[in-house]
Write a protein that binds this ligand. Structure first.
Ligand code: GLC
Ligand code: CA
Length: 549
């Protein structure tokens, strides 16, 4: 298999607004990130994915960009940004920028021009359609509720927005627009960045008139063109956000011969707790069997072709320990289980800020405490549809994006060491017990489990290149698999439940020292006689392959 530096990498995602404030205005900033680089070096990561820091009116917290060549005032200056790239490089950390090019802000100069008239040279940079029967051009909906079409009185046409109405979609059929984007990407590449995370990239080949949004017929053509004109000339990593990609499609994006992207984020595992065919707010319990099946399918399908990215969390998802673990009694155990399960799989692991100390969801008691545009739109929509306020809030507290966006918890001082001022979003009240300072003084903390996993990956090619095989497929609480590389096999076993689990393997291996585990009692493992505590997880090296009874 193709060797690439990013296959050995572990990525840490920073949501700058919530990471570290350096000047007391309550908003995280680039200087704050620079101050915390030593911490990231200690954790051991070698890539930062930085959520957008470009100029933006913040309708969607930076995912609505008004100038790709400028840094948001609140975050700092271009000098700060250049400094961050240099300081990260000193610590062997690549900086991956977020590339949001499916849409811009409605305050981007192109859109301000485009709105002026149908004849404006920038008109075609966006997607405009005439009204139909006095209303919207068609039934396309926005991800953030309501129609994807917004009426512009001045020119009597609708423009398209798959996200908020302040995020008009760019028209990728327009070649001039595409090449302006490529120029901008080259501007950043020349600064020495480590690559791009491409926001909702599966949408750029859309065919609005046929109501096709994801995976349109020209999508891969555009990506090959982009690769050729920009990052293909550099040794960087690229990861596309593809919310609906199947493994087949992922191979098109990430196949080595395809000259498109390094890898994509797939979300099939992230929808397992929502009702099929419904929205993310319509909840159902997770089935561990389904989770194993989905993740294993991705592992197997991309075993020899393409490359997986591995994640439980990002700035759009609730905290995994609250979502599918136990954020009270077994917070530490379950957080470590998620860490080990994920980092032992084949692919590039991503850690979202705070995950490495087991940060949890927050509880909103009133909609006025919400910040996120998706949450607020959904609240209004569902209220109008007759849902009870209680039910809506319950869904928000389970799935809302603000859960991941509360400030990073650094220590137990006021506002968790995030700011000396008033934070833009409240700090989770549990910061006095869950914080970095505390994690660093406790050798058994979640932090050190992540640190160890990252170290292990650096010296064990089996973690990077080994083949994956799921065991005990039908077991409702045991998540077990092997990795095999050059005659060596590792066994990963997790008790994905709150019950004690008795497990037997046919393998005669009675005195194995774990490579890593989350147990404080088991120093060695006997595979013929396992009594696993809630969420107990371990990894051992085997002499041969084995089967579960
Ligand atoms: C992606 C981002 C999300 C944003 C959306 C629109 O899904 O991760 O935060 O709201 O795209 O840019
Ligand atoms: Ca600040």
């Amino acid at each position: 298999m193709d060797k690439k530096w990013w296959k050995n990498a572990v990525v840490y995602q920073i949501y700058p607004r919530s990471f570290q404030d350096s000047n007391g205005d309550g908003v995280g900033d680039i200087q704050g990130i620079i101050q915390r680089l030593d911490y990231l070096e200690q954790l051991g990561i070698n890539v930062i994915w930085l959520s957008p820091v470009y100029e933006s009116p913040n309708d969607d917290n930076g995912y609505d960009i008004s100038d790709y060549y400028a840094i948001m005032d609140e975050f700092g200056t271009m000098e700060d940004m250049d400094r961050l790239i240099v300081e990260a490089k000193k610590r062997s950390i690549h900086l991956v920028m977020d590339l949001v090019v499916n849409h811009t802000s409605d305050e981007h100069a192109w859109f301000i021009e485009a709105k002026k008239s149908k004849q404006n040279p920038y008109r075609e940079y966006y997607i405009w359609r005439d009204p139909r029967d006095g209303g919207v051009p068609n039934g396309l909906g926005s991800v953030f509720s309501g129609s994807a079409w917004e009426y512009d009185e001045e020119t009597d046409q609708y423009f398209m927005h798959l996200f908020s109405k302040r995020q008009p979609d760019l028209n990728w059929e327009n070649k001039q627009m595409r090449y302006e984007i490529y120029d901008m990407m080259n501007f950043w590449l020349e600064k020495g960045i480590g690559g791009f995370r491409l926001d909702v990239i599966e949408l750029v080949g859309k065919l609005p008139d046929r109501e096709i949004t994801a995976h349109g017929p020209q999508l891969h053509e555009y990506l090959q063109e982009m690769n050729r004109e920009t990052f293909g000339k550099y040794d960087v990593m690229t990861v596309g956000e593809t919310n609906s990609a199947t493994p087949q499609q992922a191979k098109l994006f990430s196949g080595a011969e395809r000259n498109e992207l390094s890898m994509v984020f797939q979300f099939e595992h992230m929808v397992l707790d929502q009702q099929p065919g419904k929205s993310k707010w319509d909840l159902r319990p997770l089935s561990v069997v389904e989770l194993k099946q989905v993740l294993s399918t991705w592992q197997m399908e991309l075993q020899n072709e393409g490359w997986n990215s591995l994640f439980w969390n990002n700035h759009d998802q609730p905290r995994i320990v609250s979502r599918w673990g136990n954020d009270q009694k077994y917070r530490v155990e379950s957080a470590k289980m998620f860490a080990i399960l994920l980092h032992m799989m084949k692919g590039t692991p991503y850690i979202y800020q705070g995950e490495e100390i087991g940060m949890t969801n927050i509880v909103l008691t009133d909609i006025s405490q919400a910040d996120d545009v998706e949450t607020k739109n959904m609240y209004q929509e569902r209220l109008a549809e007759g849902y009870s306020e209680e039910a809506i809030l319950a869904a928000i507290n389970t799935k809302g994006r603000d859960n991941a966006r509360t400030p990073m918890q650094w220590d137990d001082s006021k506002e968790a060491g995030f700011t000396t001022g008033h934070p833009w979003l409240p700090v989770n009240p549990n910061y006095t017990t869950i914080n970095v300072e505390k994690a660093l003084t406790d050798q058994d903390s979640i932090f050190y489990c992540y640190q160890k996993l990252i170290q292990l990956r650096k010296v064990n090619p089996i973690m990077v290149y080994g083949n994956y095989q799921l065991l005990a497929e039908e077991d409702a609480s045991l998540f077990a698999y092997t990795r095999t590389f050059q005659g060596e096999t590792w066994l990963i076993v997790a008790n994905f439940s709150e019950q004690v689990n008795e497990v037997q393997f046919t393998e005669v291996a009675t005195d194995l020292e774990p490579i890593i585990s989350n147990s404080t009692t088991h120093k060695r493992y006997d595979l013929q006689q396992l009594r696993l505590a809630p969420y107990e997880t371990f990894v051992v090296k085997l002499d041969s392959s084995l089967y579960v009874k």
